[in-house]
Design a protein around this ligand. Sequence first.
Ligand code: RIB
Ligand code: CA
Length: 309
Amino acid sequence: MYKRKIILDCDPGHDDAIAIMLAGKHEDLDLLGITVECGNQTLEKTGLNALNICQYLDIDVPVCLGSAEPIIKAVEICPAIHGESGLDGFDFPPLTKKFDERHAVTFIIQTIMNSKEKITVVTTGPMTNLALAMKMEPKIKDNIEEVVLMGGAYTNGNVTPAAEFNINCDPEAAYIVFNSGCIIKMFGLDVTRKVLVLPNIIQRMEKIDNKASVFFTKLMKVFNENQKKVFGFEGGPLHDPVTIAYLIDRKVCEMSFVHCEIDISQGSSYGRTNCDIFNYLKLPKNTYVATDIDVDRYWEIIESGIKKY
Ligand code: RIB
Ligand code: CA
Protein backbone atom coordinates (compact mmCIF):
# COMPACT_ATOMS: atom_id res chain seq x y z
CA MET A 1 0.00 0.00 0.00
CA TYR A 2 1.21 3.50 -0.85
CA LYS A 3 2.56 5.39 2.12
CA ARG A 4 3.37 9.06 1.73
CA LYS A 5 6.91 9.80 2.90
CA ILE A 6 7.06 12.80 5.18
CA ILE A 7 9.53 14.80 7.25
CA LEU A 8 7.95 16.69 10.13
CA ASP A 9 9.76 19.90 11.04
CA CYS A 10 8.47 21.31 14.31
CA ASP A 11 8.97 23.19 17.59
CA PRO A 12 7.01 21.10 20.12
CA GLY A 13 4.72 22.57 21.59
CA HIS A 14 1.32 21.17 22.70
CA ASP A 15 -0.25 21.07 19.27
CA ASP A 16 2.99 19.95 17.60
CA ALA A 17 2.92 17.02 20.05
CA ILE A 18 -0.50 15.97 18.78
CA ALA A 19 0.71 16.35 15.19
CA ILE A 20 3.60 13.98 15.97
CA MET A 21 1.18 11.54 17.60
CA LEU A 22 -1.09 11.63 14.54
CA ALA A 23 1.75 11.15 12.04
CA GLY A 24 3.67 8.58 14.07
CA LYS A 25 1.45 5.53 13.61
CA HIS A 26 -0.79 6.25 10.63
CA GLU A 27 -0.78 3.47 8.03
CA ASP A 28 -0.86 5.96 5.11
CA LEU A 29 2.16 7.93 6.29
CA ASP A 30 5.81 7.01 6.45
CA LEU A 31 7.35 9.41 8.96
CA LEU A 32 11.03 9.50 8.00
CA GLY A 33 12.20 11.79 10.75
CA ILE A 34 11.48 14.76 12.96
CA THR A 35 13.53 17.92 12.66
CA VAL A 36 13.37 20.53 15.37
CA GLU A 37 14.10 24.22 15.68
CA CYS A 38 13.62 27.04 18.13
CA GLY A 39 10.13 28.48 18.08
CA ASN A 40 7.67 28.16 20.91
CA GLN A 41 10.73 27.65 23.15
CA THR A 42 14.51 27.49 22.79
CA LEU A 43 15.99 24.74 20.63
CA GLU A 44 17.26 22.96 23.72
CA LYS A 45 13.71 22.69 25.07
CA THR A 46 11.85 21.94 21.83
CA GLY A 47 14.46 19.28 21.04
CA LEU A 48 13.99 17.55 24.39
CA ASN A 49 10.23 17.73 23.97
CA ALA A 50 10.46 16.01 20.58
CA LEU A 51 12.60 13.22 22.01
CA ASN A 52 10.29 12.75 24.99
CA ILE A 53 7.19 12.61 22.80
CA CYS A 54 8.75 9.99 20.50
CA GLN A 55 10.00 7.88 23.38
CA TYR A 56 6.69 7.98 25.25
CA LEU A 57 4.64 7.14 22.16
CA ASP A 58 7.15 4.56 20.81
CA ILE A 59 7.70 6.47 17.60
CA ASP A 60 11.02 5.12 16.42
CA VAL A 61 12.31 7.78 14.03
CA PRO A 62 15.41 10.02 13.98
CA VAL A 63 15.03 13.31 15.84
CA CYS A 64 17.48 15.95 14.61
CA LEU A 65 18.29 19.30 16.17
CA GLY A 66 18.29 22.27 13.82
CA SER A 67 18.28 26.04 13.96
CA ALA A 68 18.69 27.71 17.32
CA GLU A 69 17.90 31.12 15.81
CA PRO A 70 15.85 32.55 12.97
CA ILE A 71 17.72 33.77 9.87
CA ILE A 72 17.53 37.51 10.63
CA LYS A 73 15.23 38.18 13.59
CA ALA A 74 16.09 37.58 17.22
CA VAL A 75 14.60 34.52 18.93
CA GLU A 76 11.02 35.09 20.14
CA ILE A 77 9.50 32.32 22.25
CA CYS A 78 5.97 31.78 23.57
CA PRO A 79 5.96 30.60 27.22
CA ALA A 80 2.53 32.16 27.81
CA ILE A 81 0.94 29.42 25.68
CA HIS A 82 3.29 26.43 25.97
CA GLY A 83 4.89 27.10 29.38
CA GLU A 84 8.50 27.23 30.54
CA SER A 85 9.29 23.74 29.25
CA GLY A 86 7.55 24.43 25.95
CA LEU A 87 5.28 21.47 26.77
CA ASP A 88 3.93 22.02 30.27
CA GLY A 89 1.36 19.56 31.63
CA PHE A 90 2.84 16.11 31.12
CA ASP A 91 5.45 14.25 33.17
CA PHE A 92 7.51 12.03 30.90
CA PRO A 93 9.41 8.97 32.13
CA PRO A 94 13.23 9.27 32.28
CA LEU A 95 14.64 9.95 28.83
CA THR A 96 16.92 7.41 27.14
CA LYS A 97 16.25 8.16 23.46
CA LYS A 98 19.12 10.12 21.86
CA PHE A 99 19.21 12.72 19.14
CA ASP A 100 20.31 11.66 15.69
CA GLU A 101 23.75 13.18 15.21
CA ARG A 102 22.90 14.92 11.95
CA HIS A 103 21.92 18.57 11.93
CA ALA A 104 18.29 18.99 10.88
CA VAL A 105 19.30 20.82 7.71
CA THR A 106 21.70 18.00 6.76
CA PHE A 107 18.99 15.42 7.51
CA ILE A 108 16.45 17.24 5.34
CA ILE A 109 18.90 17.55 2.43
CA GLN A 110 20.21 13.97 2.63
CA THR A 111 16.78 12.43 3.04
CA ILE A 112 15.24 14.33 0.13
CA MET A 113 18.24 13.94 -2.21
CA ASN A 114 18.56 10.20 -1.52
CA SER A 115 14.89 9.39 -1.94
CA LYS A 116 13.57 7.73 -5.11
CA GLU A 117 10.13 9.06 -4.26
CA LYS A 118 9.24 12.68 -3.70
CA ILE A 119 9.06 13.70 -0.04
CA THR A 120 6.40 15.83 1.63
CA VAL A 121 7.79 18.32 4.13
CA VAL A 122 5.41 19.31 6.91
CA THR A 123 6.27 22.33 9.03
CA THR A 124 4.48 23.18 12.26
CA GLY A 125 6.97 25.75 13.53
CA PRO A 126 9.01 28.56 12.00
CA MET A 127 10.36 27.56 8.59
CA THR A 128 14.04 28.18 9.31
CA ASN A 129 15.35 24.62 8.81
CA LEU A 130 13.57 24.13 5.50
CA ALA A 131 14.58 27.56 4.17
CA LEU A 132 18.23 26.92 5.04
CA ALA A 133 18.07 23.48 3.43
CA MET A 134 16.66 25.03 0.24
CA LYS A 135 19.48 27.57 0.18
CA MET A 136 22.20 25.02 0.93
CA GLU A 137 20.99 22.51 -1.65
CA PRO A 138 18.50 24.05 -4.08
CA LYS A 139 18.11 20.69 -5.88
CA ILE A 140 15.96 19.41 -3.01
CA LYS A 141 13.14 21.55 -4.39
CA ASP A 142 12.83 19.15 -7.34
CA ASN A 143 12.22 16.20 -5.06
CA ILE A 144 9.71 17.81 -2.67
CA GLU A 145 6.17 16.58 -3.27
CA GLU A 146 4.69 19.51 -1.40
CA VAL A 147 5.30 21.72 1.62
CA VAL A 148 2.39 21.45 4.03
CA LEU A 149 2.57 24.06 6.73
CA MET A 150 0.73 25.38 9.73
CA GLY A 151 1.28 29.09 9.72
CA GLY A 152 0.00 32.46 8.63
CA ALA A 153 -3.47 33.88 8.31
CA TYR A 154 -5.29 35.79 5.64
CA THR A 155 -7.51 37.22 8.39
CA ASN A 156 -5.98 38.26 11.73
CA GLY A 157 -2.69 37.24 13.26
CA ASN A 158 -2.10 36.00 16.80
CA VAL A 159 1.07 37.90 17.74
CA THR A 160 0.37 41.12 15.88
CA PRO A 161 -2.83 42.17 14.10
CA ALA A 162 -1.10 41.01 10.91
CA ALA A 163 1.14 38.08 11.77
CA GLU A 164 0.79 34.54 13.01
CA PHE A 165 3.39 33.14 15.42
CA ASN A 166 5.25 30.65 13.18
CA ILE A 167 5.66 33.05 10.27
CA ASN A 168 6.37 35.96 12.59
CA CYS A 169 9.23 34.01 14.23
CA ASP A 170 11.11 33.90 10.95
CA PRO A 171 9.45 35.83 8.12
CA GLU A 172 12.54 35.66 5.92
CA ALA A 173 12.56 31.86 6.12
CA ALA A 174 8.88 31.77 5.15
CA TYR A 175 9.63 34.17 2.28
CA ILE A 176 12.27 31.77 0.95
CA VAL A 177 9.96 28.75 1.14
CA PHE A 178 6.86 30.45 -0.30
CA ASN A 179 8.96 31.70 -3.24
CA SER A 180 10.72 28.37 -3.79
CA GLY A 181 8.50 27.19 -6.62
CA CYS A 182 7.48 24.13 -4.57
CA ILE A 183 3.81 23.33 -4.08
CA ILE A 184 2.84 25.17 -0.89
CA LYS A 185 -0.22 24.20 1.18
CA MET A 186 -0.89 26.73 3.93
CA PHE A 187 -3.10 25.94 6.93
CA GLY A 188 -3.43 29.20 8.81
CA LEU A 189 -5.36 30.59 11.73
CA ASP A 190 -8.33 31.10 9.42
CA VAL A 191 -9.08 27.39 9.73
CA THR A 192 -7.22 26.35 12.86
CA ARG A 193 -9.25 28.75 14.99
CA LYS A 194 -12.33 26.69 14.07
CA VAL A 195 -11.01 23.51 15.72
CA LEU A 196 -11.21 24.36 19.40
CA VAL A 197 -10.44 21.75 22.05
CA LEU A 198 -13.69 22.38 23.95
CA PRO A 199 -14.48 20.36 27.12
CA ASN A 200 -16.62 17.87 25.15
CA ILE A 201 -13.61 17.09 22.93
CA ILE A 202 -11.41 16.44 25.95
CA GLN A 203 -14.08 14.13 27.43
CA ARG A 204 -14.45 12.27 24.13
CA MET A 205 -10.70 11.64 23.78
CA GLU A 206 -10.30 10.82 27.48
CA LYS A 207 -12.79 7.94 27.08
CA ILE A 208 -10.41 6.12 24.68
CA ASP A 209 -8.27 5.50 27.73
CA ASN A 210 -4.89 4.56 26.27
CA LYS A 211 -1.45 6.17 26.52
CA ALA A 212 -2.17 8.63 23.70
CA SER A 213 -5.49 9.70 25.18
CA VAL A 214 -3.87 10.34 28.56
CA PHE A 215 -1.21 12.34 26.74
CA PHE A 216 -3.81 14.32 24.78
CA THR A 217 -5.98 15.01 27.80
CA LYS A 218 -3.24 16.20 30.15
CA LEU A 219 -1.62 18.41 27.56
CA MET A 220 -4.84 19.93 26.31
CA LYS A 221 -5.99 20.87 29.79
CA VAL A 222 -2.90 23.05 30.28
CA PHE A 223 -3.03 24.33 26.69
CA ASN A 224 -6.63 25.41 27.25
CA GLU A 225 -5.88 27.15 30.53
CA ASN A 226 -3.17 29.18 28.80
CA GLN A 227 -5.31 29.95 25.76
CA LYS A 228 -8.03 31.20 28.10
CA LYS A 229 -5.57 33.49 29.91
CA VAL A 230 -4.01 34.91 26.75
CA PHE A 231 -6.88 35.00 24.23
CA GLY A 232 -10.01 34.35 26.31
CA PHE A 233 -10.77 31.20 24.27
CA GLU A 234 -12.78 28.46 26.03
CA GLY A 235 -10.91 25.82 24.05
CA GLY A 236 -7.50 26.24 22.48
CA PRO A 237 -7.21 25.99 18.69
CA LEU A 238 -5.54 22.70 17.81
CA HIS A 239 -3.46 24.25 15.04
CA ASP A 240 -0.62 21.95 14.02
CA PRO A 241 -2.35 18.56 13.51
CA VAL A 242 -4.47 20.12 10.74
CA THR A 243 -1.46 19.59 8.44
CA ILE A 244 -1.32 15.86 9.17
CA ALA A 245 -5.11 15.50 9.11
CA TYR A 246 -5.03 16.93 5.59
CA LEU A 247 -2.45 14.36 4.51
CA ILE A 248 -4.63 11.61 5.94
CA ASP A 249 -7.85 12.92 4.41
CA ARG A 250 -7.74 15.72 1.85
CA LYS A 251 -11.47 16.34 2.23
CA VAL A 252 -10.93 17.81 5.68
CA CYS A 253 -10.12 21.28 4.31
CA GLU A 254 -11.26 23.41 1.42
CA MET A 255 -8.35 24.97 -0.41
CA SER A 256 -8.05 27.99 -2.67
CA PHE A 257 -5.10 28.59 -5.03
CA VAL A 258 -3.84 32.14 -4.57
CA HIS A 259 -0.90 34.47 -4.80
CA CYS A 260 0.62 34.77 -1.33
CA GLU A 261 3.37 37.16 -0.41
CA ILE A 262 5.20 37.14 2.90
CA ASP A 263 5.66 40.66 4.22
CA ILE A 264 9.36 41.12 5.04
CA SER A 265 9.21 44.92 4.96
CA GLN A 266 9.73 45.18 8.75
CA GLY A 267 6.77 47.57 9.11
CA SER A 268 3.61 46.93 11.10
CA SER A 269 2.67 43.99 8.86
CA TYR A 270 6.05 42.27 9.11
CA GLY A 271 5.41 38.52 8.97
CA ARG A 272 1.97 38.74 7.40
CA THR A 273 0.94 36.14 4.81
CA ASN A 274 -0.76 38.40 2.28
CA CYS A 275 -3.09 36.03 0.45
CA ASP A 276 -4.83 37.49 -2.57
CA ILE A 277 -8.01 35.48 -2.08
CA PHE A 278 -9.98 37.64 -4.55
CA ASN A 279 -7.13 37.76 -7.11
CA TYR A 280 -7.04 41.56 -7.12
CA LEU A 281 -3.41 41.70 -8.16
CA LYS A 282 -3.49 39.10 -10.93
CA LEU A 283 -0.06 37.89 -9.84
CA PRO A 284 1.19 34.33 -10.31
CA LYS A 285 -0.42 31.92 -7.85
CA ASN A 286 2.00 30.13 -5.56
CA THR A 287 -0.01 28.87 -2.56
CA TYR A 288 -2.96 26.64 -1.82
CA VAL A 289 -4.48 28.21 1.26
CA ALA A 290 -7.04 26.49 3.47
CA THR A 291 -10.26 28.48 3.59
CA ASP A 292 -12.52 26.12 5.52
CA ILE A 293 -12.35 22.98 7.63
CA ASP A 294 -14.81 20.17 8.28
CA VAL A 295 -14.69 20.29 12.07
CA ASP A 296 -16.48 16.97 12.70
CA ARG A 297 -14.23 15.13 10.26
CA TYR A 298 -11.17 16.67 11.93
CA TRP A 299 -12.11 15.35 15.38
CA GLU A 300 -12.84 11.94 13.88
CA ILE A 301 -9.30 11.89 12.45
CA ILE A 302 -7.82 12.90 15.81
CA GLU A 303 -9.92 10.29 17.62
CA SER A 304 -8.92 7.53 15.24
CA GLY A 305 -5.26 8.65 15.53
CA ILE A 306 -5.40 8.32 19.31
CA LYS A 307 -6.97 4.87 19.00
CA LYS A 308 -3.90 3.58 17.14
CA TYR A 309 -1.84 3.62 20.37
O1 RIB B 1 0.22 30.15 15.75
C1 RIB B 1 0.11 28.80 16.03
C2 RIB B 1 1.47 28.14 16.07
O2 RIB B 1 2.25 28.70 17.11
C3 RIB B 1 1.44 26.66 16.29
O3 RIB B 1 2.42 26.01 15.51
C4 RIB B 1 1.69 26.50 17.77
O4 RIB B 1 2.45 25.34 18.06
C5 RIB B 1 2.30 27.81 18.23
O5 RIB B 1 3.58 27.73 18.73
CA1 CA C 1 4.10 24.60 16.51
